[in-house]
Design a protein. Structure first.
Length: 147
């Protein structure tokens, strides 16, 4: 499967790379675990989404400024810029994309104290591929982005 890493912009992207009609949704997947990031990106590409990946919050922030996304899926516990810090940054810049925080250590108290972060879903690790795809589809359906 092919997905675009923000450090490899020349790679084929999502459904377009496979000759299928693309869904409207573009997803940015940020996770410092290379194997999990690659597996989830390939799964989402197989589901027909246009997926870019970033290995950390800094690369994720650059990608968010370079391209429009419908959904950000981010791990929380990453070196440097955490997922929560990335979400705070994008919300402070009034970026309105949907956000899924996928993490084994979701900062529940901080999320309750900061409703302005508007996190659409928290996906506790470990999660199944079915749960990931279901949450993406639910969010897209609610936002009117899904076909």
């Amino acid at each position: 499967m092919n997905h675009r890493s923000v450090s490899q912009p020349e790679a084929p992207v999502g459904a377009l790379a496979q000759g299928r009609t693309p869904l409207l949704a573009r997803i940015l997947l940020v996770d410092d675990d290379r194997d999990l990031r690659s597996f989830n990106a390939d799964l989402l590409v197989q589901s027909g989404y246009d997926v870019d990946t970033a290995e950390d919050g800094v690369s994720g922030w650059r990608a968010l400024n370079d391209r429009h996304y419908d959904i950000l899926i981010t791990d929380n516990t990453m070196p440097g810029v955490t997922g929560l810090e990335l979400i705070k940054k994008l919300r402070s810049e009034d970026m309105t994309l949907a956000v899924i925080l996928a993490s084994g250590t979701a900062p529940t108290e901080e999320l309750v104290e900061n409703p302005w972060l508007h996190i659409d879903a928290v996906l506790p690790k470990p999660y199944t591929i079915t749960e990931l795809v279901r949450i993406v589809e639910e969010i897209l359906h609610k936002s009117g982005t899904a076909r």
